[in-house]
Design a protein around this ligand. Structure first.
Ligand code: NAD
Length: 478
């Protein structure tokens, strides 16, 4: 018997959760259920987190959480509970299998069977955003070595244990050489530990185009958070409907299972939503907690139901489908098929012995870190970078001199182009004059000179080398 937490969520959430629970309990799932309230009602009662403290206690105690989609009210400072849950509970790996069900569900991609493994905790989802000038806002993209190692290792382990042949990595490291560059580098490092699995890297733009066009070219795809968020919806949709895919959010201690789609508020209360996405989430949960026989029974009954042409509105097509049913009737059809197997679609057989070998992250010994300079960001309303350079040179000290100014990353001084459009947000790069190191005191002196000269410095970024290797980007055009 496994104790789990269940949240029925908002919109179509309660209907698809009732259908899902009815199916898995009918199949014999050994579950004790603690239900909690999360989402819209909680948000609108004035709790901007969308969840009460007591509910966290239950989730943390039970460790396994089956969650229906929730509505995040627009505006009002409400934080996405999905993102908060993933991060609070350390659910670093988001596993999203997307498989076509040809010829029973219409799709342009009859042979598609991919698993997207999305990093779930960092990247632009750190949610660290600031406005420091009138014209420019920023969002901090954080990519960490532990984050990369954990997710990439998870992808290779998953491939190994589930008999997958290839792991592909998508990044944009031709542009983001530090952040996406680290993700790619760690991918290459960990790939060497799995010589039996093919590995490859694609730049995300052409990789995404290829995936949308020829998904059968891919097997397991691992990627940073934002790309994974977008592309897993694309992948699910091109199998036939976003309502077909489930997702597992896995951490070292806890795990959360859900559909990949949202709460579809306009469809709520009509008994028309497809419960398959959440049911797929529940199947992933049952395999995760070792109730693989039940997971197998549910999955085969679900495949048989799809194969029988009993379809909800989102996948119903005249000619292919046989009967259009509501959420409840679909659940009853799956229950009726428990114990049966599909004949055309491949029946599943899950092994109890699948264990992913995921050693804890071990921090490496620190590198030699040297301070090579500093970028001082300045809010300035002028347009001529030569004029700004003259003002900024007044705050130089004996040790540290202005070496470059960029605007939105492109070099505008020295030798800028008059065609370059400039905003009010300028990066002024300072480098040492003689030896190649500066100290924090030099930076403090620079900033206090800026105060005296009425320069509006809005933030600094230190320029470091790690083990002698420069670890910051050049200006574009530098
Ligand atoms: P959505 O996924 O709810 O809906 C997108 C489209 O897909 C709609 O046309 C909808 O009718 C259809 N659809 C989705 N699930 C379906 C199903 N099971 N059966 C049939 N059709 C289905 O996306 P949205 O409209 O952008 O978001 C609605 C709300 O859901 C927002 O408040 C958003 O914040 C939230 N959301 C929650 C989650 C989550 O809880 N994990 C994820 C995404 C969005």
């Amino acid at each position: 018997m496994q104790r789990i937490t269940v949240a029925k969520g908002d919109g179509i959430g309660p209907e698809i959760m009732d259908a899902t629970l009815k199916i898995i309990l009918a199949a014999g799932a050994q579950l004790e259920i603690d239900e909690i309230e999360v989402g819209e009602k909680v948000y609108l009662a004035g709790n901007t987190a969308g969840i009460a403290k007591e509910s966290w206690d239950i989730i943390r105690k039970n460790k396994i959480f089956l969650k229906a989609p929730i509505t995040t009210p627009q505006g009002g400072g409400y934080k996405s509970l999905n993102v908060t849950t993933r991060k609070f509970l350390g659910l670093y790996s988001n596993v999203r299998p997307c498989m076509s069900l040809h010829p029973f569900v219409q799709t342009k991609h009859p042979e598609m069977d991919i698993v997207i493994i999305r990093e779930n905790e960092e990247d632009l989802y750190a949610g660290i955003e600031h406005q420091q000038t009138d014209e420019v806002v920023q969002c901090l993209k954080l990519i960490s070595r532990p984050g990369c190692e954990k997710i990439v290792r998870y992808a290779f382990e998953y491939a190994k244990q589930y008999g997958r042949k290839k792991v592909t990595c998508f990044t944009k490291d031709n542009i983001m050489k530090q952040t996406d560059g680290l993700f790619h580098k760690v991918f290459d490092e960990i790939a060497t530990e799995y010589p039996d699995i093919i590995n490859e890297h694609w730049i995300i733009d052409i990789g995404a185009a290829k995936m949308a066009d020829t998904p059968e070219a891919f097997d397991v795809i691992v990627m940073p958070n934002l790309y994974g968020d977008v592309l897993s919806d694309v992948a699910a949709q091109i199998t036939g409907s976003v309502g077909l895919a489930g997702s597992a959010n896995i951490g070292e201690e806890c795990a959360m299972f859900e559909a990949i789609h949202g709460s579809a508020p306009r469809r709520a209360g009509q008994n028309s939503a497809n419960p398959s996405g959440l049911l797929q989430g529940a199947v992933l949960m049952l395999t995760h907690i070792g109730q693989t026989d039940i997971a197998e029974k549910v999955q085969n009954a679900w495949l048989k139901t799809i194969e029988d042409g009993i379809h909800t509105n989102d996948i119903y097509k005249d000619g292919t489908s046989k009967q259009k049913v509501g959420t409840k009737e679909f659940a009853d059809a799956v229950i009726h098929n428990l114990g049966k197997k599909p004949s055309t679609l491949k029946a599943v057989s899950y092994s109890k012995d699948v264990v992913l070998n995921l050693p804890k992250y071990v921090r490496k010994s620190p590198a030699k870190k040297e301070l090579l300079g500093v970028d001082v960001f300045v809010h300035w309303n002028g347009t001529d970078a030569n004029e700004l350079a003259k003002q900024i040179q007044q705050i130089e000290s004996n040790n540290i001199k202005l070496s470059m100014i960029t605007n939105r990353g492109i070099k505008v001084w020295p030798d800028g182009f008059k065609e370059t459009f400039c905003t009010d947000h300028w990066r002024c790069r300072f480098k040492p004059t003689e030896n190649n190191l500066i100290t924090k005191k030099d930076i403090i002196e620079l900033l206090s000179n800026a105060v005296e000269k009425n320069i509006d410095s809005i933030k600094t970024e230190n320029l470091y080398a790690f083990d002698g290797k420069e670890a910051f980007s050049l200006g574009q055009g530098q």
